[in-house]
Design a protein around this ligand. Structure first.
Ligand code: NDP
Length: 483
């Protein structure tokens, strides 16, 4: 019999009003489980209990917080194999990527465990005699976390870990496409000695429970990762209550390949950056801006590398690219293939639906050439295993093309010229810049975020996360004269 999984509200596992099926995108006959959908009342209960628990947690000593976060991170790392397999099974990313994601998620918790001990403030003398000033950060309060399906464990962890580190309570609405990873992480957090209600899992549709959560006046902050249209809606809801927000919404990242580049390195970075995670990465290298003098050689080698990629069941050994996450995502991906062709780009390989021994949402990675930066395939985030090559005649044209986008999360350059690398690093309009690296692939101890439509609000990750998860208090102290 298929197992049912519940929401976690006020320290108790509870059934919802209905359940959704969670099926493996590599093999739709594999039913992973049934997952509860929370009601509006349950959400309200979670918010009320979070408020009470937050006060207790904020007053809890930093060593206790350290111990809790360290225990969560350590368990995740120790169980990376098991939980990574579950993640790969429900999301469709290759097993190695699933395990790597869970391990990385654990590192977010151990990193923020240490951050609990590194919370420092400022002191100053007042301009008025005899008065001292103490500036410190306090918890924001109750934080709503809304996470996507593409990195369901890592994204959630880089929000939950700092939220708890800085003394907040959490109400987490994960993506309905990946509820198993959410329950697994919640089970680990629920084992800890923390106030009941400090951490709540409310699964449900974004348009229903997610919308109710972001509209609630009972939250103090919203951290969201997902699409631009949903992000804009969340921002509108947040402004009604003047709720603090932080949003990361994807991108249209470009990798510039210069005439002085190591072509084999460029091809490896382009293929890995464009097709890793089936292209379902906000950091995916979907625009390849290539110098005319090496264009043909680069394209020839890129086609070979793309065709050599092994597409298959996420849990099969040797699979380099799994299926799209859902039938809907696959449909949208294939629509972008048609769109690119209709815009005049030439599809030189892949971009086709694939039949496999198991029924899933498979397609081959695809490369367009002859594309211009004005085409819709180069303006919109496709979230597909598709990359478009744009030919340019100079470094200056490459930089201009990289920067000609409404987004600005990551930008990369492959070059052996120090002057170009330095100029690019200083002038690419993106939150993260990569030199001789793919646009995807970031660390956990430094800030992550972008410009333009990619991000809104302060940065995530590293110590910069404190900006969102805390509120600054300035205290004035007049101690008077001693006897
Ligand atoms: P969404 O933006 O719809 O989903 C992201 C999260 O927001 C999910 O948890 C979702 O819940 C929730 N959500 C949806 N609607 C609301 C709402 N009205 N109020 C509050 N929360 C809401 O992304 P999709 O999953 O639909 O993916 C569509 C496209 O978005 C992708 O193709 C890609 O281009 C982009 N995307 C970008 C990501 C990134 O890393 N920046 C991540 C994911 C998507 P639920 O899924 O349960 O409905």
């Amino acid at each position: 019999m298929t197992k049912s999984y519940q929401n976690y509200i006020g320290g108790t596992w509870v059934s919802g009003t209905s359940e959704i099926e969670n099926r493996n995108p590599s093999d739709v006959s594999d039913l992973i489980g049934l997952y509860a959908q929370a009601s509006a009342n349950q959400l309200d209960q979670a918010l009320d209990q979070a408020r009470v628990a937050q006060a207790e947690w904020a007053a809890t000593g930093i060593e206790k917080k350290y111990t809790v976060l360290m225990a969560i991170g350590t368990e995740m790392m120790a169980r990376a194999e098991e939980l990574g397999t579950l993640l790969a099974r429900e999301e469709g990313k290759p097993l190695a990527e699933g395990k790597g994601e869970v391990y990385r998620a654990g590192q977010f918790f151990t990193y923020y465990a240490a951050e609990t001990l590194r919370q420092m403030g400022d002191t100053a003398d007042s301009t008025r005699p005899g008065i001292e000033i103490d500036v410190r950060r306090e918890a924001l309060g109750v934080v709503a976390i809304i996470s996507p399906w593409n990195f369901p464990t890592a994204t959630a962890s880089w929000k939950i870990a700092p939220a708890l580190c800085y003394g907040n309570a959490v109400v987490w609405k994960p993506a309905n496409a990946t509820p198993a990873s959410a329950v697994a992480l919640t089970e680990i957090i629920a084992k800890q000695d923390i106030p009941a209600g400090l951490f709540n899992l409310v699964m449900g549709a974004g348009s229903e429970i997610g919308q109710a959560l972001v509209e609630s006046p009972k939250i103090d902050g919203i951290s969201f990762t997902g699409s631009v249209p949903v992000g804009k809606g969340i921002a509108r809801a947040a402004i009604e209550n003047l709720t603090k927000i932080q949003m990361e919404m994807g991108s249209k990242n470009a990798l510039a390949v210069m005439d002085d580049a190591d072509i084999d390195l460029a091809v490896a970075m382009a293929a890995g950056g464009a097709f890793g995670g089936t292209g379902q990465k906000c950091t995916a290298s979907s625009r390849l801006v290539v110098h005319a003098s090496i264009h043909d050689e680069f394209v020839e080698k890129l086609i070979k590398a793309t065709q050599a990629m092994k597409v298959g069941h996420a849990l099969d050994a040797g699979t380099q690219m799994g299926p799209a996450v859902s039938a809907q995502q696959l449909k949208e991906n294939l629509a972008y293939v048609d769109l690119g062709k209709s815009e005049g780009a030439e599809l030189v390989c892949g971009g086709a639906r694939l039949e496999m021994p198991t029924e899933g949402f498979y397609m081959s990675p695809g490369v367009f050439v002859g594309a211009t930066n004005q085409m819709q395939i180069n303006r919109e985030e496709m979230f597909a295993p598709l990359a478009a090559v744009i030919k340019v005649d100079s470094y200056a044209e490459a930089l201009g093309t990289v920067n000609d986008t409404n987004f600005g999360l990551t930008a990369g350059i492959i070059t052996s010229n120090l002057a170009r690398a330095t100029h690019f690093r200083r002038n690419a309009r993106a939150g993260c810049v990569m030199v001789n690296l793919a646009t995807a692939g970031t660390d956990y101890h430094v800030p992550f975020g972008g410009r333009g439509d990619s991000s809104y609000g302060s940065r995530e990750q590293g110590s910069y996360a404190a900006e969102f998860y805390t509120s600054v208090k300035t205290a004035y102290i007049s101690s008077g004269a001693p006897d």
